[in-house]
Design a protein around this ligand. Structure first.
Ligand code: KIV
Length: 235
């Protein structure tokens, strides 16, 4: 299964297929994304700041990830469901718990856990990598310019990850990484030259309390909901 998936995603890249991944944390939104044709739905650890009201993703627990993966899985019939393994909880056991909750693959930040990543893949669970700004382990968000990312991407490709998120990577460097590997890169705030793009859906729809500058909102749901509620409240 894992080998086939790897082959499939390499073929998608070779065919210049544009991968779109969006986040969901609950059943109704996941269902809307799924029915609209989103290819990959991510239960990201952005759950912490987007939904749970934390300042960052650091306090997101395995229990949180399992709870929301279960909810999302109820709404998804067609898309691939990927769940983040919280950085401090990365283990084969926890990857299996996310799969039991409905994930088809897991995402793991950085290259610290290369051996673990290989172990999870050997156990038959597809892994998506994540390089650049690492929300669970980097201090503050900022554009990543270190060329070491090219070598890290090669290491992850060799370890067998099927795709690679590049978060806040300087666009020319993201392009270099994209050219250096045969697996698809999925960018967020990393320019247009990645093989695909990922966004936090709440940012895209204008529902987040705060969203990064690079996101072009396609809707202002906050304003729409506020207007509707005020109308409802009006005597
Ligand atoms: O947690 C998340 O939403 C993510 C995306 C930003 C890629 O990891």
């Amino acid at each position: 299964m894992e080998k086939n998936l790897n082959k499939l995603y390499k073929a998608k890249k070779a065919a210049r297929h544009k991968l779109i991944m969006l986040t969901a944390y609950d059943c109704p939104l996941a269902n809307i994304l799924d029915e609209a044709g989103v290819e990959i739905i991510l239960v990201g650890d952005s759950l912490g700041n987007v939904i749970l009201g934390h300042q960052d993703t650091h306090r997101v627990s395995m229990a949180d990830m399992i709870h929301h993966t279960r909810a999302v899985a109820q709404g998804v019939k067609r898309a691939m469901l990927v769940s983040d393994v919280p950085y401090r909880a990365a283990s084969l056991k926890n990857a299996r718990r996310l799969v039991a909750a409905g994930a088809q693959a897991v995402k793991i930040e950085g290259t610290r856990d290369l051996r673990l990543i290989k172990q999870i893949i050997r156990a038959g669970i597809p892994v998506m990598g994540h390089l650049g700004y690492l929300p669970q382990s980097s201090a503050k968000p900022g554009l990543q310019r270190s060329e070491t990312i090219v070598e890290q991407a090669r290491q992850l490709e060799q370890a067998g990850v099927f795709a690679l998120v590049l978060e806040l990577v300087e666009p020319k460097l993201a392009q270099k990484v994209t050219k250096a590997v045969k697996i698809p890169t999925i960018g967020i705030g990393s320019g247009k030259e990645c093989d695909g793009q990922v966004l936090v859906t709440y940012d895209l729809l204008g529902l987040s309390c705060w969203s990064p500058k690079f996101v072009k909102k396609i809707l202002d749901l906050r304003a729409l909901i506020s207007k509707a509620i005020k109308k409802y409240l009006a005597p």
